[in-house]
Design a binder for this molecule. Structure first.
Ligand code: SF4
Ligand code: SF4
Length: 377
């Protein structure tokens, strides 16, 4: 059952990738806030309060349907703590029904075997938990010690994919904890990622030498296709407190929808453009996506980096793929290309005539429609 579900998910993701390659006029990822309230109070966090009610379910349906109308590929429910929304499962089911890949970012405190099975039924594709330390401290209670039982339940009952994110710089004097968390995630067959704490404008807070060494060690654990790209030069530069040269497509390819239903660039750049989602248009997407963002060089918001990377791949596939592969091989000469990257390498780097042929077959096989392909023209 789980294998079949995984295969279907990979197929849907391949379609998503193909659509992202053929049009720049739709959001790849929208982060949606169904409730601002949180049951924890991590001291570094500026994304929660202690009082907000859940957004009414009918209003959430309107927003999700609007995102679908705009062609959004991935919906991520975040917060606050999204599991405090009483109809979260209905919201996930609605987004799935609309054709999106659906992710939930949670602190994990409300997970039980029953809730995990209900999330299976809702159609959830991915769940991400950020864990900050091994034992709770005054900064964060998102601790391996508290959440380990929940992780065991996820390993036993979840039909969806689980990612454990350890955040460097989030807790006091325990950088080694991030490595312990990543190892435990791998032991349970989850994906593990490592993030770097940003300040209240999404900007880099430099890592100490110890933290930078741990960061390298976690990356050394290895990862899948998108993870290797994600940890590529962007993350390395961030770890070394160096600027990145990239274009941030927030407001277009990435949308952050707050509890009031306004579109913002991201969780750390709220108020811009500040347009109600229900009035958002294709012109808004193209304009904001192309607008330069002064905060880009020291930005640490990795999900926006990843959408930008898809756009790089769309506009300059050869350079992007060559860069990713050569930088990874510099770090690890024995690194073997994953199967999908080998296909892309063959199609884009070794055989220019094959590239058109490969693209046409892939789009037809993945049933990406002609009007989707022409949306950017
Ligand atoms: S659990 Fe998440 S949303 Fe809640 S306070 Fe901590 S970081 Fe913020
Ligand atoms: S560069 Fe983009 S994602 Fe990063 S903080 Fe600025 S607007 Fe947000």
């Amino acid at each position: 059952m789980k294998t079949l579900q995984k295969t279907r998910l990979k197929w849907r993701e391949a379609r998503l990738f193909a659509r992202a390659m053929t049009s720049d006029a739709h959001p790849i990822l929208a982060q949606v806030i169904p409730i601002r309230r949180c049951n924890l109070a991590c001291t570094y966090c500026n994304e929660f309060d202690k009082h907000s009610p859940p957004v009414p379910t009918d209003e959430m349906f309107r927003r999700l349907d609007k995102l679908s109308e705009l062609g959004t590929s991935i919906i991520t429910f975040s917060g606050g703590e999204p599991m405090l929304h009483p109809d979260l499962d209905q919201l996930i089911a609605r987004a799935r029904h609309n054709g999106a890949v659906v992710t939930l970012i949670t602190n994990g405190y409300l997970l039980t075997p029953k809730r995990i099975k209900e999330l299976n039924v809702s159609g959830l594709d991915y769940l991400q938990i950020s864990i900050d330390n091994v034992v709770p401290d005054e900064v964060s209670k998102k601790s391996l010690k508290v959440l380990d039982r929940k992780l065991q339940w996820l390993a036993e009952f979840a039909n969806f994919e689980v990612t454990i994110n350890s955040v460097l710089g989030s807790s006091i004097d325990c950088a080694e904890d991030a490595h312990t968390i990543a190892v435990q995630a791998r032991n349970l067959n989850f994906t593990s990622t490592v993030g770097i704490l940003h300040d209240h404008e999404g900007q880099l807070k430099a890592l100490s030498d110890t933290q930078a060494a741990i960061h390298k060690k976690i990356i050394g654990l290895g990862a899948g296709l998108f993870s290797f790209a994600h940890h590529d030069s962007f993350q390395e530069n961030i770890a070394r407190a160096m600027p990145n040269s990239w274009h941030c497509p927030a407001g277009g390819r990435f949308l952050y929808i707050c509890e009031d239903g306004l579109v913002h660039y991201c969780s750390q750049q709220r108020g811009r453009p500040g347009i109600p989602l229900l009035q958002y248009t294709r012109e808004d997407i193209l304009r904001e996506s192309r607008r330069p963002k002064g905060c880009a060089p020291f930005c640490t918001i990795s999900c926006v980096h990843q959408t930008a990377m898809l756009d790089d791949f769309r506009t300059k596939p050869r350079e992007t793929l060559t860069g990713i592969i050569s930088r990874r091989r510099e770090r690890d000469p024995a690194w073997q290309l994953p199967l999908l990257v080998r296909c892309l390498e063959w199609a884009f780097l070794r055989n220019s005539r094959a590239r058109d042929w490969f693209g046409a077959i892939a789009l037809r096989t993945l049933r990406v429609r002609r009007q989707e392909r022409s949306a950017s023209k």
